[in-house]
Design a protein around this ligand. Structure first.
Ligand SMILES: [Zn+2]
Length: 344
């Protein structure tokens, strides 16, 4: 008899370059899932019961292959005193960064994931979702990586300027940020996540050059992945927005299992180059998912699925999906994997 794959089996097989029954579909639609229960993002964002209900309802309605618990880039820094604004239909954004002068760094306290800001709330979303979907469903929880945490602590333009003007301080910030990502990530595993997705938009090559990624961030990524592996958590994925082709090999060398690949990357070429060193999740454009007709979405998904014989492949959106994404386009993604993603 043929093995029956659960969501968890299918995702783990893909991440491990094994051959599942078909390519899994794993979407970047945590906030967009508010629409599955008829609400705006602001109505679920700080309400763990509703947030979990939206994620689980969307997962069950569309039948994709796992639940992604993710909100915005401010959770870690809000827990350290950053002030966040909450719009009606989007995630939070930072309006005041906790570090304005280097002296502020000395007053900074390591956040406690059990008590500070929205960290406990997000763990509750994971544990509620886990209790509702059971143990056979893949759940990934997003935690900001060290560069995103550092960038949110001082503001993105200031962080980029520090590369040139105060590299020693940036290194200090990044070392601190590694501890933050590890503490919060560990708590998310404990809450029931199978995998942590690190948000590292600030490492995109449109933000910092490859040489700077190698000097400042790569050693911290290596340290973080080693720490998680030693703690018994081998599964992490990295989400870097935009172009990252020139640093993909470096990302793989940090020991991370997979990467979310955004739409501007030539994924077929990247997969060719990386071989079995990095599983890839991607990379249908979230803009097309929102605006294009379903036939176009099917065509784009098929383009990704054409590479399935290389294994290590998950069909997904390149970046955060809009809450305005039409349901028929989400269905087109799921159906494409069933129609064109089957391993014979
Ligand atoms: Zn992104």
């Amino acid at each position: 008899m043929m093995k029956q794959y659960t969501s968890l089996d299918r995702m783990m097989a893909a991440l491990n370059f094994e051959r599942p029954d078909r390519v899994p579909v794993f979407l970047n639609n945590a906030l967009a899932s508010s629409r599955a229960i008829g609400l705006k993002v602001g109505q679920i964002l700080r309400d763990p019961e509703r947030f979990a209900e939206a994620l689980v309802t969307s997962y069950k309605t569309y039948g994709y292959d796992g639940v992604r618990v993710s909100c915005d880039v401010t959770v870690e820094v809000e827990a350290m005193g950053g002030k966040v604004a909450y719009p009606e239909d989007a995630g939070g954004s930072l309006v005041e960064h906790p570090i304005k002068t280097p002296a502020d760094f000395d007053r900074l306290k390591m956040p406690n994931p059990l008590t500070d800001g929205r960290m406990p709330l997000m763990q509750k979303v994971v544990s509620l979702a886990r209790s509702q979907v059971g143990d056979n469903t893949f759940i990934a929880a997003t935690v900001q990586g060290p560069m995103n945490v550092a960038a949110q602590l001082v503001g993105v333009p200031n962080a980029m300027m520090m590369i040139f003007k105060n590299p020693e301080f940036l290194e200090k910030l990044l070392d601190f940020a590694v501890e933050v990502s590890f503490a919060y990530g560990s708590a998310m595993y404990k809450a029931g996540a199978n995998c942590i997705t690190f948000g590292e938009a600030s490492c995109s090559v449109s933000m910092m050059g490859p040489a700077h990624y190698r000097r400042f961030v790569k050693p911290r990524h290596e340290r973080l992945m080693t720490a998680f592996r030693e703690a018994g958590h081998p599964y992490q994925t990295m989400h870097i927005c935009g172009k990252l082709d020139p640093i993909l090999l470096d990302v793989a060398e940090t020991g991370i299992r997979s990467a979310d690949i955004d739409a501007p990357v030539d994924m077929a070429a990247a997969r060719e180059k990386l071989g079995s060193r990095l599983a890839m999740i991607g990379n249908v454009s979230p803009v097309e998912l929102m605006e294009a007709p379903a036939e176009r979405v099917t065509e784009l998904a098929k383009g990704v699925l054409d590479g399935k014989e290389g294994l290590g492949l998950v069909l997904g959106a390149g970046c955060n999906m809009s809450p305005l994404t039409p349901p028929e386009n989400i269905r087109a993604m799921v159906e494409a994997a069933r129609d064109y993603g089957v391993y014979e």
